[in-house]
Design a protein around this ligand. Structure first.
Ligand code: NAP
Length: 421
C-alpha cells in the first residue's frame, strides 16, 4: 500500500468553480443530531458498495469524521456546537456530506446549517426533485416532475439582519425610516414593530443564476425559470429577476433565448443548443408545479421562495425522506439530507435514509463518479419496487413490507451487488 492509498488525497477546485477529484479523495462527514447517526450508518455502506462495484479497486473514498452539533458539544464542552476545526476541514477537503443538525434554541447560533452555509460562502442551495419510479406520490403523474432548484443561500431574510420589537436598534431604524415615509406622504411603520432586513445584491444573484444556467446546459434541461415576487418587492425580488436575465443575456447569449424571443423569433420552437430563460411570480409557481410540472426544468430563486418551493416540490415525489440537497460554493460543497433531525425517531432505527443516500448519489455525480451515482439510484428504485420500504413510504403503499432504516440501507446494498452482477 503506497502513501496515497493509506491517507487519501485532497480534492482541488479549478478556476471555474468545479472540483478536480482524485481516485481516493478524503471526504469528511458529519453524522448529525437526532436521527442523523441512524441514516448515516445506513447510507455509508451504500456509497462504499456502489463505488467498489462501479470502479473495483480503482476508486474509493477515505471518510473522515468531523464533529458538529451535540456530538461536538459532548466531546469539546459548552459553546462548541460548531468547532472552528470542523468548518476549516470542510473548506480544506472541498467536498463533505452531513446529516441534519439541531438548531439550538437560545444557543448563540441562529441555525448551525445557516451558519455553515454563510461562513463557507456556499451560495447555491441545490435541490434536485425527481420522481423515482414506484415511490408513492399524491400526484396523478409524478413522473412529470424533474426539476432542479437553485436557491440563493446567503441573502434575503435568511441573512439574519433583524431586531426585536422594542429594542433600541429597531427603534433607531424605525425612526430613520419613518422620517422618510412621512416626508413622502406614506404610512409610517408602527413604532413597536420588529425589524427584519431583506438584502439582495447583484453579485450574489448573478453567481447563483450563472450556476443554474450552467447546470441546465450541462444536464439537458430545456429551461431556467427565475422565480421571484418582484411585483411586490421591486428592488429586491424584482432586481433578482432583472439581474438574472442580464446574466443570460451577457454571459450566455449564444446558449439562451428568453420566452418572449422564443415566440417572437422562433415560433415557439426552442433552437438547437439553446435553453429558454423565463420568469414566474412565486405564488403562481406553486400552482404551475402542481398543474404543469413538465414545463419546468431548472429553477433559480431567492432564499425564502426556494425554501418553500423545495419542500412543496419534494412532497410531489415522495416527501422529505426522499429529498436530496447540497450547498455549493466556488471552492467547496456540502451535501446534506434536506430534512431535520426528526427527534421523535432518534435512535429508533426507523426513518427513511433515502434523503441522505440520494444526497450522496448527487455528491458522486458532482464528482463525476456518475457510474456509482447511477448504481445507487437504480438500486434504490429496485428496492422500492420490491416493496421494501421504511414507515413513511409504507403508510402510503398498501401491502408493502415495512423495514427499519438499517434494513432499507442493507436492501439497497444487496440490490447494488445484484445490479452490478
Ligand atoms: P424534521 O426533523 O424534518 O421532521 C419533521 C417530520 O418530517 C418528521 O416528524 C417526519 O414526519 C418527517 N421526516 C423528516 N425526515 C424524515 C425521514 N428521513 N424519513 C421519514 N420522515 C421524515 O423537522 P422538525 O421536527 O421541524 O425539525 C427538527 C430539528 O431539525 C430542528 O432543530 C430543526 O431546526 C432541525 N433542522 C435541521 C435541518 C438541517 O440540518 N439541514 C433542516 C431542517 C430542520 P412524521 O412525523 O409524519 O413521520
Amino acid at each position: 500500500m503506497n502513501k496515497a492509498e493509506r491517507t487519501g488525497e485532497i480534492i482541488q477546485w479549478d478556476a471555474d468553480g468545479r472540483p478536480v477529484v482524485p481516485d481516493d479523495p478524503i471526504i469528511p462527514y458529519i453524522e448529525g443530531d437526532g436521527t442523523g447517526p441512524d441514516i448515516w450508518a445506513a447510507a455509508r455502506p451504500v456509497f462504499d458498495t456502489a463505488i467498489t462495484h462501479a470502479y473495483q479497486k480503482n476508486r474509493r473514498i477515505i471518510w473522515r469524521e468531523l464533529l458538529a452539533g451535540e456530538k461536538a458539544l459532548s466531546v469539546y464542552g459548552p459553546g462548541t456546537l460548531l468547532p472552528e476545526k470542523s468548518l476549516e476541514d470542510i473548506a480544506r477537503y472541498g467536498i463533505a456530506i452531513k446529516g441534519p443538525l439541531t438548531t439550538p434554541v437560545g444557543g448563540g447560533f441562529r441555525s448551525l446549517n445557516v451558519t455553515i452555509r454563510q461562513m463557507l460562502d456556499l451560495y447555491a442551495c441545490f435541490r434536485p426533485v425527481r420522481y423515482l419510479s414506484g415511490v408513492p406520490s399524491p400526484m396523478l403523474h409524478p413522473e412529470l416532475v424533474n426539476i432542479a432548484i437553485f436557491r440563493e443561500n446567503t441573502e434575503d431574510v435568511y441573512a439574519g439582519v433583524e431586531w426585536k420589537a422594542g429594542s433600541r436598534e429597531a427603534g433607531d431604524i424605525i425612526e430613520f425610516i419613518n422620517k422618510r415615509l412621512k416626508a413622502s406622504g406614506r404610512r409610517p411603520i408602527h413604532e413597536k414593530s420588529g425589524i427584519g432586513i431583506k438584502p439582495m445584491s447583484e453579485f450574489n444573484t448573478r453567481r447563483l443564476v450563472r450556476r443554474a444556467v450552467q447546470y441546465a446546459l450541462e444536464n439537458g434541461y430545456q429551461s431556467v425559470t427565475l422565480v421571484h415576487k418582484g411585483n411586490i418587492m421591486k428592488y429586491t425580488e424584482g432586481a433578482f429577476r432583472d439581474w438574472g436575465y442580464q446574466v443570460a443575456r451577457e454571459e450566455f447569449s449564444e446558449q439562451t433565448v428568453t420566452e418572449a424571443e422564443l415566440h417572437e423569433k422562433y415560433k415557439g420552437e426552442i433552437p438547437e443548443g439553446r435553453i429558454v430563460v423565463k420568469d414566474r411570480i412565486a405564488d403562481a409557481m406553486f400552482q404551475q408545479l402542481l398543474l404543469r410540472p413538465e414545463d419546468y426544468g431548472v429553477i433559480a430563486t431567492p432564499n425564502l421562495n426556494g425554501d418553500y418551493l423545495s419542500d412543496a416540490a419534494a412532497a410531489q415525489v415522495g416527501g422529505l425522506g426522499m429529498a436530496p440537497g447540497a450547498n455549493i460554493g466556488d471552492r467547496c460543497a456540502l451535501f446534506e439530507a434536506t430534512h431535520g433531525t426528526a427527534p421523535k425517531y432518534a435512535g429508533l432505527d426507523k426513518i427513511n435514509p433515502g434523503s441522505l443516500i440520494l444526497s450522496g448519489a448527487e455528491m458522486l455525480r458532482f464528482m463525476r463518479w456518475t457510474e456509482a451515482a447511477d448504481l445507487i439510484v437504480e438500486a434504490l428504485i429496485k428496492t422500492v419496487s420490491q416493496e421494501i420500504v421504511t414507515y413513511d413510504l409504507a403508510r402510503q403503499m398498501k401491502g408493502a413490507r415495512e423495514v427499519r432504516c438499517s434494513e432499507f440501507g442493507a436492501a439497497i446494498v444487496e440490490n447494488i451487488k445484484k445490479l452490478a452482477g
